[in-house]
Design a protein around this ligand. Structure first.
Ligand code: NAG
Length: 492
């Protein structure tokens, strides 16, 4: 009887803090052992994969993915469901996604939204998955359910400071943070000032400026910078961990790094669109620019991109997620093109569904940029997301006996470069914002709990949907209040 189910041979095993020429032995879906190359003979395993000197990492963890959500922006509805979205994830080397269970303002209960989201995901997933609850109605029922969410394995929530359909007032943000502190829940915050955005939209409309590119003008950096600082202030007041999602502006990042220097539990996320795209991508003939409409928008150019890389390198950004939020471009019912009307022949920027696909391209784009050390790459694309959201070391690591055998195996050095094209991708979207980008690396194999689920050169997706499992999450191992005592209003 073979002792191991799988051996990954001749690779360079990389974790958030180590790089070694290790062979990896897998048993019962777990990492069993990491040994020096050649120490285990292939006769001891049922199956082997020769990594041929390539990098082998913990599977990617993408903690910001929108799938199968009901319409929020007019008619636009998410192009990917749990099947197509998680299929796209594993083809891009991501073995765990954390998606959103959205609450509609008219629905007072979060638990109901959780149940409905489970029903959409159940038996449909290729990757493992969990949910963040989006809390848009922070009424007494929702707040009273936080404890039950924890029981159900949910240890994070997301709230919005903008979008009429989702926005919470500052007092409601405090209600959420106050209870989140008690229940050890991490709160993700979409930090843009809704009033500044609405006011700026009116100014653009007065001048009859409607083309997609004006989306950038309508979300000026100040809206993000102000809201980021306010979110940090509210979190400091309650002394509770927050994560600022999809930071696009280096000036907002400065507020975050200042907070971190004061030891506040303030974490931050950025996404590949903020080091690859610029406002020029929204300024294309006709309606083309709508493909890159997301919020916050891509910023000016090289200087902003450099600021984002600096934040990734120096630790200001805890995680690099995709913010995969897919809409079909050429679909006049539910897609980006649904906003083209007789009145607005190039659409009206304010109605364009906000979001871009990217769950499949996240790792390859960040890898191809060759900016991060490989350990830092693993940390921001996998380990830190697992730690922050209560999945480490089951996910995000290669800890023998503890970690699931989730691996991303790259190509040996010198893979032939190519231009990315949407036909190569596995999402249900008719474009990628990264069409034509030079790709220098791509995951060759993706392994989920010891099973090969993606083999790029031999059939691509190799296991049916339904293999992906829901992950109950624990509390964050990265984030906690600074002060363990109960919050006391008399201290202020
Ligand atoms: C890497 O981090 C893990 C904990 O996440 C720790 O157990 C291990 O000793 C560290 N390795 C090195 C080389 O620092």
């Amino acid at each position: 009887m073979a002792e191991y189910d799988l051996l990954v041979l001749n690779g360079v095993a990389i974790t958030h803090n180590e790089t070694n020429e290790y062979d990896i032995a897998v048993k019962d879906g777990k990492i069993a052992k990491l040994v020096r190359r050649g120490e285990i003979s292939i006769s001891q395993a049922k199956k082997t994969i020769d990594a041929e000197g390539a990098m082998v990492m913990p599977g990617g963890v993408d903690a910001h993915v929108h799938l199968d959500e009901p319409p929020l922006f007019g008619k636009g509805s998410t192009a990917d469901n749990y099947e197509t979205g998680t299929r796209s994830a594993i083809a891009g080397g991501t073995t765990t996604v954390i998606t959103f269970a959205p609450q509609n303002k008219a629905e007072p209960s979060l638990l109901k939204c959780l149940a409905a989201t489970h029903a959409r995901a159940d038996n449909n997933c290729y990757s493992d998955y969990s949910f963040h609850l989006i809390c848009s109605n922070a009424g007494p029922l929702a707040i009273s359910e936080f404890a039950a969410l924890r029981e159900a394995g949910i240890s994070s929530l997301k709230i919005y400071m903008t979008y009429e359909a989702l926005q919470l007032q500052d007092s409601e943000v405090l209600d959420v943070l106050f209870e989140a502190r008690k229940q050890k829940i991490v709160t993700m915050i979409h930090a843009e000032n809704g009033a500044i955005i609405d006011w700026t939209i009116k100014k653009l409309e007065e001048k009859e400026l409607f083309a997609p590119k004006y989306h950038v003008n309508s979300h000026p950096p100040v809206a993000e910078i102000e809201a980021t600082y306010r979110a940090i202030s509210l979190s400091e007041f309650i002394d509770v961990p927050i994560l600022i999602v999809h930071v696009s502006s280096p000036s907002a990042a400065k507020h975050i790094s200042d907070a971190q220097k004061k030891n506040l539990p303030v974490y931050a996320e950025t996404c590949p669109q903020y080091f690859t795209l610029t406002r020029k991508d929204l300024d294309k003939p006709g309606f083309e620019g709508a493909k890159c409409v997301c919020s916050p928008p891509p910023r000016e150019g090289v200087q902003d991109h450099e600021g984002i890389w600096k934040g990734l390198e120096d630790g200001t950004f805890t995680i690099l997620s995709s913010d995969h939020c897919p809409f079909i471009f050429d679909n006049t019912e539910t897609g980006k093109s649904s906003v083209i009307t007789k009145e607005y022949p190039v659409g009206h920027f304010k109605y364009i569904p906000n979001g871009c696909p990217g769950v499949e391209t996240r790792l390859a784009l960040a890898m191809s940029a060759k900016r991060l050390t490989m350990e830092r790459f693993v940390e921001v694309t996998s380990t830190n997301a697992a730690k922050l959201y209560g999945l480490y070391p089951k996910k995000g690591g290669l800890v023998p006996g503890e970690s699931d055998a989730d691996l991303t195996i790259w190509y040996p050095e010198g893979m032939k470069e190519y231009q990315l094209n949407n036909e190569m991708l596995h999402h249900n979207v008719d474009y990628t914002p990264y069409e034509g980008q030079t790709i220098k690396q791509w995951p060759r194999y993706t392994i989920l709990r010891g099973e090969v689920v993606w083999d790029k050169d031999n059939g691509g997706i190799t296991k049916p949907k339904g293999y992906g499992k829901f992950l109950k999450r624990d509390t964050s191992s990265l984030a906690g209040p600074r002060n363990a005592e109960e919050w006391d209003v008399e201290k202020f």
